[in-house]
Design a protein. Sequence first.
Length: 97
Amino acid sequence: MRGTPGGNLTGLSLALAEGMGGKWLELIEETVPRVSTVAVIGNPQSPFVRNFVKQLELTAPTRNLKLLVIEVDRREGIDRAFVRARQAQAVLFQRTR
C-alpha cells in the first residue's frame, strides 16, 4: 500500500484465540479517541476470518460500534480495501494464507 500524506498507519500482528474479538474492540476503544466505526479487512474464504468477523459482529453492538466488513480474497484488492477503510477510525486486517 502506498503511503497517505498526513495519514497514520499502526500495526500489530498476533495470532488470535477464540473470543478475542471483544478484546480487540476494547483495545481500539482505549487507543482511538471517539471511535465509532471499525473496518475489518479479511479473506472471506478463511474459516479463521469468518469466525473472527462473527465474534466482532456479536460484540460491536454491545460497545456501540459499527463494523465495516471489507472482503478481500486477492492481493490486488488490498489497496482498494484500505481506500474503503478510510470511512472508519480504526482497521483490523486479518491476513491468512
